[in-house]
Design a protein around this ligand. Structure first.
Ligand code: GDG
Length: 739
């Protein structure tokens, strides 16, 4: 039976050891909740670190730990102190975390941490592979496990793998600074589906894939040689009902049932006229902009002294990664700032900041969410920020104002909040004033819209959407795989080839017989290719036609001495064996003088591009141009040319990283079909890789065996993955002839 395997750095459990007895309590975090529907019953397991180090594990407790984990559908990956230091505190939190949040100056590039990161990802892979079968669905979470999808894919090529990144993906300019950028991207591309919180992160990832690895993109898909990787955004939601219901319960509490914190808050509200509470909750992390927030609050009290004595900032900073030096420095900075601000503004019965450096029980969290008039969340960078969503979900009366940094992923969906730039104190101070004075009617209007969206796209929906998407992709993949020329089909084809008495083979050159090179002139035929074609051609029953978009001159240099039929420039020229070149179509090139200057102006402005002048067509190549610029310029060029050729018999062909302008009606399909006019063939075969070859696939008779090279949209019957597979197939043809 197929199952779902969820993998994250930490298991969604807290283990307590008491007298050699183990107690496992499920975590209440957002991810654990969201996965409820995915991680349920016996058909799912969750793999991760239990939080217990190898050094703490004794032979007595180990089986008990494993049993306790099993009860909750969990399996642990054993990690020791060195693993955690290098992989977790080191590479994950000292390299990826700062870099992906644009804190480049904090990012450490330590080879030893990287080695540990690789090793621990391999440890995770080992455990996954012990449990995974081909029919399973695997969902890997977050930045600690970026290499895992590829490690799994290598051993289980057919399994469905999804990956979700909970933190931002930075722009290429930042990502490129990482010495191991190639390895991380390849690691991720082992997945079938890669998810991010926002479209911006998705865009940055795709741009890095294109620039670092040079892979071709088709909208949000990455075309690898033998697979397509889908990339999409899935903004994570919260367990809306849990927060809303807890807040409702909180509202109906009797006096004696209130928590100490709530009693203190109530006291303050009663004692202070026009009291307002501003809430701030985060893990103590430099990405959360806590220091900025404090400075902006100080500035607010200076700029608007009328609020002194009335407005109070309630700040909860949850201890986090206290082993990392940056976090210790931050803690000192925050302590000092709070002390300085309180020292500066406090009055006998009012301190501006209530500061809690601890984690609070859920109940107290709800006290804070429901009691504060404003939530001030100012991260410098934040993948999503669930606190913003939880605050809104807890506002049962729909009052309250959310001030949210535009650098948080949540800002993309929560446009009814007051959105600020966390580096702009002036703006934060003024927005605080607006929030405090906002009429209730407006507060309700904004929160109504926000709540509606949060209720609908809750965390379970998020998780189900991701998994459904992954299943759709895998289903689509298997329909593509149906077209793959597998061993069985190839055997059939060879048999038909063998039985035939008069064969014709149409073979495209670039991307089919020869791999692409950075410069077109470097893709010369190899000795091995000449031999292969020669051997096929030794069989008198076989006729070879090399059919290309290339210019006649180059092709004549390369293949002029061979006995094959050559068709160049998409069908403008023909060279039959032992004949001179002849013009197959009546075409002229007088229009060059009008179009060439336009191409030249694009070439001047686009480093890396070049013009190829053929006899009857002009091609603008952009294979070596920065990929994004290349795409933009190609679009611009097409639009410009389209306008110029409006009343001429010309057309634009968009090939693989090339735009070609040529006389219309001349194409590989038309010229290939002409080759069949005077002869009967009982085996017609056509092979090509780009869309100019599609003309050939369409125009040739229905019984033609058409094969596409590469996983692209095609009308061909089957596809092979790459040039290497083309050669393997042709070798099979070659072997049928024995003289
Ligand atoms: C990462 C990304 C992304 C906080 N204090 C207490 C407490 N919390 C809970 C909140 C909330 C969660 O912790 C914090 O989530 P955030 O999303 O705000 O931030 P990160 O921890 O940095 O999470 C982030 C997230 O992953 C999900 O993808 O949104 O961008 O950085 O749920 O309620 N819970 C309790 N006591 C506390 O004192 N019980």
């Amino acid at each position: 039976m197929s199952k779902t395997i969820i993998i994250s750095n930490r298991l969604p459990l807290q283990l307590q050891i008491d007298n050699n007895n183990i107690k496992a309590t499920p975590s209440v975090g957002g991810l654990a909740t969201g996965m409820k529907s995915v991680h349920s019953g016996s058909d799912s397991i969750w793999i991760g670190w239990s939080g217990l180090l190898d050094e703490e594990m004794t032979p007595e407790i180990e089986p008990k730990v494993n049993e306790a984990l099993k009860q909750h559908g969990c399996v642990s990956v054993s990690l020791n102190t060195a693993d955690i230091d290098g992989y977790y505190y080191g590479f994950s939190n000292n390299t990826i975390w700062p870099l992906f949040h644009y804190f480049t100056e904090y990012a450490k590039f330590e080879k030893s941490d990287w080695e540990m990161y690789k090793q621990v990802n391999e440890k995770f892979a080992e455990v996954v592979l012990e449990h995974a079968q081909d029919c399973d669905t695997i969902w890997v979470h977050d930045y600690q496990l970026l290499l895992l999808p590829e490690l799994i894919r290598k051993k289980r090529p057919n399994v469905a793998i999804g990956f979700f990144l909970h933190i931002p993906f930075p722009s290429y300019e930042v990502f490129r600074t990482l010495p191991w950028r190639t390895e991380l991207l390849n690691g991720l591309l082992g997945a079938d589906l890669i998810g991010f919180h926002t479209y911006d992160y998705e865009r940055h990832f795709l741009s890095s894939v294109q620039r670092v690895l040079g892979h071709e993109l088709n909208f949000n898909k990455v075309s690898l040689e033998n697979r397509i990787v889908h990339v999409n955004s899935f903004p994570m939601g919260i367990d809306y009902e849990k927060f809303h219901a807890a807040a409702q319960k909180h509202d109906s509490r009797k006096k004696g049932e209130k928590t100490d914190i709530q009693i203190e808050i109530d006291k303050h509200l009663i004692e202070t006229n026009n009291a307002k509470l501003i809430l701030s909750i985060d893990r103590l992390d430099y990405t959360k902009g806590i220091a900025n927030r404090l400075r902006a609050f100080e500035y607010f009290l200076e700029k608007y002294p009328q609020f002194r004595g009335k407005v109070r900032l309630v700040m909860l900073a949850v201890p986090s990664r206290a082993n990392v030096p940056q976090y210790q420095l931050l803690k000192n900075e925050i302590d000092q700032l709070v002390g300085a601000i309180n020292g500066k503004f406090s009055e006998i019965n009012w301190t501006p900041i209530w500061y809690f450096y601890r984690s609070m029980p859920f109940e107290n969290l709800i006290d804070l969410y429901t009691s504060c008039d404003v939530a001030l969340l100012t991260p410098i960078r934040d993948g999503m920020n669930l606190v913003a969503k939880e605050y809104i979900a807890s506002r049962t009366d729909q009052k309250g104002v959310l001030i949210l940094s535009e650098m948080a992923g949540a800002a993309k969906e929560m446009s009814e909040a007051l959105i600020i730039n966390p580096n702009n104190f002036e703006e934060i101070a003024d927005t605080l004033k607006i929030a405090i004075e906002m009429p209730q009617k407006e507060q309700i209007k904004r929160n109504k819209a926000l709540q509606k969206r949060l209720r609908r796209y809750h965390v379970e929906k998020w998780a189900n959407d991701f998994v459904d998407n992954l299943h759709d992709i895998v289903a689509e993949k298997s329909t593509i795989t149906l077209k793959k020329l597998n061993t069985e089909l190839q055997k059939n084809l060879i048999q038909k080839y063998q039985e035939a008495t008069n064969r014709i083979l149409f073979l495209d050159y670039d991307g089919t017989l020869a791999p692409f090179e950075k410069l077109p002139e470097n893709a010369k035929p190899t000795v091995a290719l000449f031999e292969l074609l020669e051997n096929i051609n030794r069989d008198p029953k076989t006729k070879i036609i090399l059919i290309t978009g290339r210019d006649k001159k180059t092709f004549n240099e390369w293949f002029g001495h061979t006995p094959y039929t050559l068709i160049t420039e998409h069908g403008a020229w023909l060279r039959a064996p032992e004949h001179e070149w002849e013009l197959l179509e009546f075409v002229d090139n007088k229009w060059f003088v009008d179009i060439a200057p336009v191409l030249e102006s694009f070439t001047d402005r686009t480093p890396g591009s070049l013009i190829e002048e053929k006899n009857y067509s002009l091609a603008w190549h952009f294979r070596n141009v920065d990929p994004e610029l290349g795409k933009i310029r190609a679009r611009e060029l097409t639009a410009t040319i389209q306008h110029l050729i409006a009343n001429h018999n010309l057309e634009i062909l968009e090939g693989d990283k090339v735009i070609e302008i040529k006389v219309s009606g001349v194409n590989k399909g038309r010229s290939a079909a002409k080759m069949l006019l005077n002869q009967e063939y009982d085996f017609i075969f056509a092979m090509g890789d780009d869309w100019t070859d599609e003309f050939m696939f369409k125009e040739l008779p229905a019984e033609t065996h058409t094969i596409k090279v590469g996983l692209k949209k095609t009308v061909a019957n089957y596809y092979v993955e790459d040039v290497h597979e083309t050669h393997q197939l042709l070798h099979d043809f070659e072997k049928t002839y024995k003289d």
